[in-house]
Design a protein around this ligand. Structure first.
Ligand code: IMP
Length: 442
């Protein structure tokens, strides 16, 4: 039986966590397969707000088995903090969570490297990372010599391995700008001691998620794959170099989890009804005016992981049409529709003007995208509080027109609309169709 996926279609923060939590009970497993503590997935359940960085958003459902697979990079302190935070609120994440022994660890030196490197300017702007050591950890993963994986925590030579890597990292950090002021934070003995305690705490959760998930699909279990970040931050297909270090579009599902692509049959693309971006990089519909400030305030657009104010702008149908195709989306979830309920008119970007030419194809290089001027279509706003609406049919006509236009521009049906953070504030046109894995396998 195949898998369904929830994929962000913009630059992250599309409220994927809320949707995964809602859809999790229709599945046997929820799988987090890329990214790390740079992600901040928020699940709101009544008055309880859960902010998750590594732990999959299916964790609140005891009947659902959750997996962190090889494509994820784990910051052990943060992961253990998340587990403790859940335990303190009466949830036992240890009963239904398995962590891949192949996953890589974000080590203390990665955080220092990220800090030193992020200060450097690339193409006139710095990347503005989340400073969670993501890039340096993935760099070591690909480089191989200095990587530390979950399985290494359980090996008898752990201490020697960490000591030898630590020596190399000291040299490396010293060679970076500001390295001298950072290197003293690299305390070899403390790292060795910490790693031993991580090993103790994490050992019961560690296993071979790859084979276990292959068993699950072959036994006909239903999988829900939880993407982190958004497709425009994809290392290969996003706005490079202003991207994250993993395949955060649909193309990363198979590589990060080990599930063959043939099992992936339902892709739910999640987008906000407007656009946001954190960090550097081109953003054609960004608003540097009062409207942008209003969207930020109304949408509480401040980073879950870093607290940084997010850059805000109108919905960019050129960018999202590109990621809809890239990620193979068949259903669209449009989030934060309530935020747009405070404007007389709304704009959707339907093309770009670049160097005097109008194009509707998303450019493949960041510098060309930086020169893109949005061509807008203006639609009437609904200027109405929609947070209490629970059925799509009850949405104001202007809101329905907005959804219809977005759907036309992207070429996929809108099947989910969200009008607030709570589980209840979500409407489905055809919930069964969204994740009807059994039907589509037949
Ligand atoms: P990194 O993933 O921390 O290396 O950051 C690289 C870029 O991706 C920066 O512009 C970050 O702001 C952005 N980014 C990383 N993770 C997220 C996320 O979960 N939401 C939004 N932006 C993110």
């Amino acid at each position: 039986m195949p898998a369904a996926c929830v994929i962000g279609l913009q630059w992250g923060d599309e409220a994927k966590g809320k949707l995964v939590d809602l859809l999790a009970p229709d599945h046997d497993c929820v799988v987090r397969y890329q990214g790390g503590a740079n992600a901040g997935h928020t699940v709101v359940c009544g008055s309880e707000v859960y902010k998750l960085h590594h732990v999959p958003s299916g964790i609140l459902h005891p009947s659902v088995q959750n997996f962190i697979t090889p494509g994820v990079v784990i910051e052990p302190e943060t992961l253990l903090g998340e587990l403790k935070g859940l335990e303190a609120r009466g949830i036992d994440p240890r009963r239904n969570l398995m962590i891949s022994e192949r996953a890589h660890l974000v080590m203390p030196w990665h955080l220092l490297e990220d800090q030193a490197m992020n200060a450097l300017v690339v193409q006139g702007e710095n990347i503005g990372t989340t400073l969670r050591g993501i890039g340096p950890c993935y760099r070591d993963k690909v480089g191989r010599n200095f990587a530390v994986r979950v399985i290494d925590l359980l090996q008898p030579d752990l201490k020697e391995r960490l000591q030898s890597i630590c020596k190399v990292k000291r040299q490396l950090i010293l060679g970076l700008p500001a390295g001298e002021s950072l290197v003293d934070q690299l305390d070899e003995d403390a790292i060795v001691a910490k790693a031993a305690s991580w090993a103790e705490d994490l050992k019961p959760l560690v296993g071979d998620t790859t084979n276990r998930l292959l068993d699950c699909v072959e036994q006909g279990q239903r999988l829900l794959m939880e993407g982190a970040q958004g497709s425009l931050l994809d290392i290969d297909h996003g706005t490079y170099p202003f991207v994250t270090s993993s395949n955060s579009s649909g193309v990363g599902i198979s590589g990060g989890s080990g599930i063959p692509a043939k099992w992936i049959q339902r892709v739910i693309g999640v987008a906000k009804a407007y656009s946001t971006r954190v960090g550097g990089g081109p953003f054609p519909t960004e608003l540097h005016d009062e409207t942008g400030d209003r969207i930020r305030k109304l949408g509480n657009e401040f980073g879950t992981t870093t607290g940084r104010p997010r850059r805000c702008g109108w919905f960019d149908a050129v960018a999202v049409r590109y990621t809809t195709r890239l990620s193979g989306v068949d259903s669209l979830a449009l989030m934060m529709m309530d935020v747009l309920g405070h404007f007389d008119e709304l704009k959707i970007c339907v093309a770009y003007q670049i160097d005097g030419q109008e194009i509707d194809v998303f450019p493949c290089d960041a510098e060309t995208l930086r020169r893109a001027r949005p061509v807008y279509e203006t639609l009437p706003g609904w200027n109405q509080d929609v947070t209490g609406i629970r059925s799509m049919d009850d949405l104001p006509e202007a809101a329905l027109n907005y959804l219809k236009r977005v759907s036309e521009l992207l070429g996929v049906p809108v099947r989910v609309v969200s009008v607030g953070p709570d589980r209840e504030q979500t409407m489905f046109t055809d919930r069964e169709q969204l994740t009807s894995l059994a039907t589509c396998a037949e």
